[in-house]
Design a protein around this ligand. Structure first.
Ligand code: URA
Length: 242
């Protein structure tokens, strides 16, 4: 990407200028103060996750997509317009995982198509990635009414679909965007400030997982965009080492 284009994407992120630092200078900055998020709900029973996961193992992409489209495992099937399976390059190195579809995603059947999605695209472009190069999915395939947080049961019922997507995709890196995605994927109640700037591991394949802020949060709190930018550079560095 030429430097003019990169400057445009960084401007979309609210960052005026960017100069490449030396490898040593990529060291993480001190953790942010814990954010004023609500206390997490307890996580769902591990047995439920294991049982459900086995049902998806071995499905190929079309079979998995059809299974998701017909899903009635939780109450969200009654209120959704459609399921939001995921989108992107089936050979992607990067898997971006958000929380759940919002109103616009529920209407269009594609993740991150609203304003937050536009900012996500800019964030990806800033590290040299087009939306078409990555794969984008959510912890939940259906929109929770009123955009409430996913319940532990909903997340436990839905996570096996994402796990099978990961088994098929074999990404080099996962980027969890936002506290809810990170906490559900890592089965933790730690704050996002405590989870970012570290390499976590996901699932049986130990896929490296990096955490950053949700673009919707960044739209509300643009002063945090610089930290998200550090996280994306950190993820790019991790990916380059896989
Ligand atoms: N927020 C998410 O976490 N996912 C989407 O798909 C859209 C908004």
């Amino acid at each position: 990407m030429n430097s003019e284009l990169r400057r445009e994407y960084l401007a979309a992120l609210g960052l005026a200028c960017w100069t490449l630092r030396t490898r040593g200078a990529l060291a993480p900055e001190p953790f942010a103060a814990p954010e004023p998020f609500a206390a997490p709900e307890p996580f769902a029973d591990a047995r439920a996750i294991a049982t459900s996961q086995a049902r998806e193992a071995g499905l190929d992409w079309p079979e998995l997509r059809a299974r998701v489209a017909a899903c009635t495992r939780c109450g969200l099937s009654a209120t959704r317009t459609q399921t939001v399976f995921g989108v992107g390059n089936l050979h992607a190195d990067w898997l971006i995982v958000g929380e759940a579809p919002g109103a616009e995603e529920d209407r269009k059947g594609e993740p991150f198509v609203g304003r937050a999605g536009q900012l996500l695209n800019s964030m990806l472009h800033a590290v040299g990635l087009a939306r078409e190069q990555v794969y984008i999915a959510n912890v939940l395939k259906c929109r929770p009414p009123g955009n409430r947080d996913p319940s532990p049961t909903e997340a436990a019922e839905c996570l096996p679909y994402l796990e099978q997507q990961i088994a098929l995709l074999k990404p080099k890196i996962m980027l969890a965007v936002g506290r809810i995605a990170a906490q559900n994927l890592l089965h933790t109640d730690k704050t996002l400030g405590n989870l970012r700037q570290q390499v976590h591991r996901f699932g049986a394949a130990s896929v490296p997982l990096v955490v950053t802020y949700h673009p919707a949060y960044l739209l509300r709190t643009p002063t945090e965009k610089r930290k998200a930018w550090e996280d994306l550079k950190f993820a790019r560095e991790v990916c380059s080492r896989v």
